[in-house]
Design a protein around this ligand. Structure first.
Ligand SMILES: Cc1cc2nc3c(=O)[nH]c(=O)nc-3n(C[C@H](O)[C@H](O)[C@H](O)COP(=O)(O)OP(=O)(O)OC[C@H]3O[C@@H](n4cnc5c(N)ncnc54)[C@H](O)[C@@H]3O)c2cc1C
Length: 413
């Protein structure tokens, strides 16, 4: 056993170094309470402290930090969306991600890979051209490529997909990247903690009190906290929280599943997504193939994974890469994706004074973690949403001003 570990085991003089303080009992009152210790809640806490000097903040997490969708996602980061509003927003996030390891002083294994969204039909090609034009218009590097360029980037790919659905082109997006998802949560947690934010794990919000249309406190399994500002950043648990304040949203919860193979020697540099075959794949820094599919087609509040998912996914992945037929899938899991009708998030103020919502992240919220934290922090600090997130306001559903992202967000997370 390494001497360092033995020292910790036998002596109280050498407490194990902690990533952030072990906060046990919340104070009676905070300026801001954040529900949810996923990437979004922690990033909002970090930017509240860093950008606005608001440090009397508690982050309440019912389990452990990053244990929700943040630690379950397939880590794809990109900005090649369909609407100018979406592209600008995710591009701002990508730009923060590029310098985030340095800013948080933690190696997030941010790895720029390039991202291909494969098209197997003429109608899919039409969407790729549309996205390429919107992306270019906003200054994001995306363009349509033919089968030869795809083969050059990934010679192992069977362009005919075993004759099932030949690939006729793709949208190539140079900034497409992956990063270590739990590292993002831990990095923001440590950063927020260093500014004085208090993070409580195993602390569940069970009630939110509203008086005269204003938030005034939250009940937890760890005591009562008075506060005038509450941010809900709970992804798949959003309907349970909005119910506590009697707020209607169009969010529905569907399971989203993923899996990894045993580690292999590095062979896949890029990220590949096929909307028609409902699969996507990248290779992690450990050599595992990280693979996922589209949402399960039924509403369910559960993180149970299924045999159906892994059967469907592996059959399509082996159409694309027949040589993988003997590779073992070693782990599979699911998360609860919070979906909106237009596949764009819901961010900002709500009709309840002091209750802020960061939700509707479905299958695409990991890439948005830095910019959602930054813009939600600004919304809370100034009590006004910045322009970048105005088209994601909750009231867009009443006003029929949707931000239709389905063509860019349904399979390619
Ligand atoms: C399988 C899968 C693959 C995905 N792949 C990608 C991808 O490749 N790229 C991408 O951009 N996005 C992806 N996503 C989506 C992404 O993971 C999420 O949108 C994002 O992580 C949401 O982060 P969050 O911080 O809002 O929520 P979460 O990380 O889910 O955090 C919310 C937290 O709130 C806590 N909580 C809930 N209720 C309470 C309560 N009452 N009191 C206290 N705490 C509470 C939960 O325990 C949880 O930890 C994927 C999701 C899944 C499930």
């Amino acid at each position: 056993m390494p001497l360092r570990l033995l020292k910790y085991a036998i002596s109280r003089e050498h407490p194990a170094p902690r990533f952030f303080r072990d906060c046990v009992e919340p104070k009676k009152t905070y300026d801001v309470v954040i529900i949810g210790g996923g990437g979004h809640g922690l990033a909002a806490a970090y930017y509240l402290a860093k950008d606005y000097g608001i440090t009397n903040v508690a982050v309440l997490e019912k389990g452990y930090i990053g244990g929700g969708n943040t630690g379950r996602n397939t880590t794809i980061i990109r900005s090649n969306y369909l609407t100018p509003e979406g592209v600008k927003f995710y591009d701002a996030s990508v730009k923060i991600y590029e310098g985030l390891s340095e800013e948080l002083d933690l190696n997030l294994f941010y790895s720029n890979r390039g991202h291909f969204t494969l098209a197997h039909t003429e109608s899919a090609m039409r969407t790729m051209r549309w996205r390429a034009e919107v992306n270019k218009h906003v200054g994001v590097e995306s363009y349509v490529v033919g089968p030869d360029e795809i083969s050059k980037a990934c010679p192992q790919l069977d362009i005919s997909c075993s004759g099932q659905a030949p690939i006729i082109g793709a949208l190539y997006h140079a900034p497409g990247s992956v990063a270590r998802h739990d590292g993002v949560a831990w990095g923001y947690a440590r950063g927020a903690d260093q500014f004085g934010v208090e993070i409580f794990q195993n602390t569940e919000v069970t009630r939110i009190d509203v008086k005269g249309g204003k938030v005034c406190g939250v009940q937890t399994n760890n005591g009562y906290i008075s506060t005038n500002k509450v941010l809900s950043a709970v992804a798949g648990f959003t309907p349970r929280i909005t119910q506590m304040v009697d707020l209607q949203t169009p969010i529905v919860i569907h399971p989203l599943q993923a899996c990894v193979t045993e580690p292999m020697k590095p062979w896949l540099d890029t990220i590949l997504v096929s909307g028609s075959l409902h699969v996507y794949v990248s290779q992690s820094s450990r050599g595992e193939l990280v693979m996922g599919s589209s949402l399960d087609p039924y509403e369910m509040h559960s993180t149970r994974s299924s045999l159906d998912f892994v059967e469907g996914l592996t059959s399509h992945i082996t159409d694309m890469f027949p040589f993988l037929s003997n590779v073992k899938v070693v782990r599979q899991w699911a998360g609860m994706a919070d979906l909106t009708p237009d596949f764009a998030p819901i961010m900002g103020k709500t009709p309840i004074e002091g209750f802020y919502l960061d939700a509707g992240w479905g299958t695409w919220g990991f890439k948005a973690t830095p910019i959602s934290g930054k813009t939600m922090a600004e919304t809370i600090a100034r009590d006004m949403a910045p322009d970048l997130i105005k088209s994601f306001r909750l009231s867009r559903f009443e006003d029929y001003e949707l931000t239709g992202e389905k063509g860019a967000a349904s399979v390619g997370h």
